[in-house]
Design a protein around this ligand. Structure first.
Ligand code: ARG
Length: 491
């Protein structure tokens, strides 16, 4: 049964697609048996996915090699044909990578482009590769492998962003900045503490991606069109060869669902929301009224009309990509909604959103890491703003509770009156005289001035997870252990 064919030399010229060679029949080389005529031009255009699914070529070839080796091992394909197929597939990969492979829309998608070229290269043996396989389990496999690769890239990028944040947090552990609620000065915090908040968020994002990877790591190969295969295939072997934990338990599910892609984009959306908040803060911090930080030439652009300008475009684009990524999730969720089992051509629409979400997220993450490393901190300005607007009023109230034994509600009221007095005099709390303060609360002593500086305020916040520089230094060391040690941060 096995033909003893050698890999033939490439005859294809640049620009001549495999589908346009002798294998392409008037109808279609793959299903010409049933079809007499070719498709309408518009049918070909709406049907073709090669314009975007060529990005799956590596996964497609990897899956085909694993499938072929299994067919040989199971005695379904002869070792000679198997060798020719694998060699041909490797050659095709080289051609695609070298840019000499001519993709054809006539051949619809990456699977048929590769297979038609394989037939050109090795002849009839190519026809044996698709034994016990359908494009339905083939594409389910390719996309799954692609998403898994994307998750692995995102994991590296997230870890790098965390590393950048942790480094800067260590360096800025004692830098006082205003902490905001409602974007109103609330209490002084440290910049290091603020940066570590994002380290936690991105840590949970890593957990979500790791979780999604674990769940998706099952192989759909062997489901064939939908019902499984009558050939004595070994789905465990292909699953193992492709790095999956096991084959999928149900063939209908294997070719039907794209939940792993949805899950990837859902995790990407949440991660992008985190990115957008950091991006927004960077944008605010480097605006003229704030001047907390400055970005260098490397991460800003100028204006074509206003020579003084320095715009944080990278941060703005990272912020904007969030909308795209959520849009990608929504697009695929709507494609999948209400689809009857099993495969429907609708599902060909899974790829563009997945690619776009991954591209956008990867760019955003890399840009954020770059900006975090690049930003120059204006500690003086941060401290000045932190000290303004009665930011230590809570410290005063807490002093009244601790030193005078006032109930907190009463302390809050007394402090409110002291703030009103300071406002009317146009001074800070620490600039009120003891006499003035005693007008409102006679028991106050000079000891109160000790708690009214921003340094005292942050230093006092030593509760677990609090902003005291001492805590932040410890938190930086802990974050390194939790997130940056090899093999950490996966869950
Ligand atoms: N290009 C198709 C896709 O991306 C491959 C699967 C086609 N299967 C089919 N039965 N027509 O979904």
């Amino acid at each position: 049964m096995a033909g003893n064919r050698k890999v033939k030399p490439v005859r294809m010229r640049r620009g001549v697609a495999a589908g346009e060679g002798p294998v392409a029949a008037a109808s279609n080389a793959m299903w010409g048996g049933r079809f007499a005529a070719g498709p309408a031009e518009i049918m070909e255009r709406i049907n073709a996915s090669i314009g975007f699914d060529q990005r799956l070529y590596r996964q497609d070839i990897r899956g085909s090699i694993a499938h072929c080796e299994m067919l040989v091992k199971q005695g379904i394909v002869s070792p000679t044909d198997g060798r020719a197929i694998v060699e041909g597939l490797r050659r095709i990969e080289t051609e695609i990578e070298a840019g000499t492979f001519a993709f054809s829309t006539k051949l619809e998608d990456i699977h048929m482009n590769v297979e038609a070229r394989l037939a050109q290269l090795i002849g009839d043996a190519a026809g044996r590769l698709h034994t016990a396989r359908s494009r339905n389990d083939q594409v389910a496999l390719d996309v799954r492998l692609w998403v898994r690769d994307a998750v692995d890239r995102v994991e590296v990028l997230l870890r790098d962003l965390q590393a950048a944040l942790i480094d800067r947090a260590g360096e800025q552990a004692g830098t006082v900045m205003p902490g905001f609620t409602h974007l109103q000065t609330a209490q002084p915090v440290t910049f290091g503490h603020h940066l570590l908040a994002y380290v936690e968020m991105f840590g949970r994002d890593r957990g979500r991606f790791a979780d999604c990877r674990r769940r998706m790591n099952e192989s759909p190969l062997g489901a064939a069109a939908l019902a499984g295969s009558p050939h004595p295939i070994d789905s465990r072997m292909t699953a193992r060869a492709l790095g999956f934990d096991r084959p999928m338990a149900n063939s209908l599910d294997a070719v039907s669902d794209r939940d792993y892609a949805l899950e990837f984009m859902a995790a990407a959306t949440i991660c992008a929301v985190h990115i957008s908040r950091l991006a927004e803060e960077i944008i605010i911090w480097c605006s003229a009224p704030f001047r907390f930080i400055a970005l260098s030439d490397a991460f800003t652009t100028g204006s074509s009309i206003m020579p003084q300008k320095r715009n944080p475009d990278a941060a703005e684009l990272a912020r904007a990509k969030t909308g795209r990524i959520l849009g990608d999730f929504t697009a695929l969720a709507m494609v999948m909604k209400g689809l009857p089992l099993t495969y429907g051509k609708d599902m060909q629409e899974d790829k563009e959103p997945v690619f776009d979400a991954a591209d956008s997220l990867e760019l955003g993450l890399a840009a954020m890491a770059g900006m975090v490393r690049d930003l120059k901190v204006n500690a003086e300005r941060m401290r000045a703003v932190a000290a303004a607007d009665y930011s230590t009023a809570t410290d005063l109230a807490d002093w009244l509770v601790r030193s005078l034994g006032l109930p907190f509600r009463q302390a809050h009221h007394v402090t409110g009156r002291l703030v009103a007095m300071a406002v009317s005099k146009g001074v800070d709390l620490g600039e009120l005289s003891l006499e003035d303060m005693r007008e409102i609360e006679p028991a106050i002593t000079g000891d109160v001035y000790r708690v009214l500086t921003v340094e005292a305020s942050v230093a006092a916040r030593t509760s677990f997870g609090g902003t005291a520089p001492r805590n932040v230094r410890r938190a930086v060391a802990a974050a390194r252990q939790r997130f940056l040690r090899a093999g950490r941060g996966k869950g």
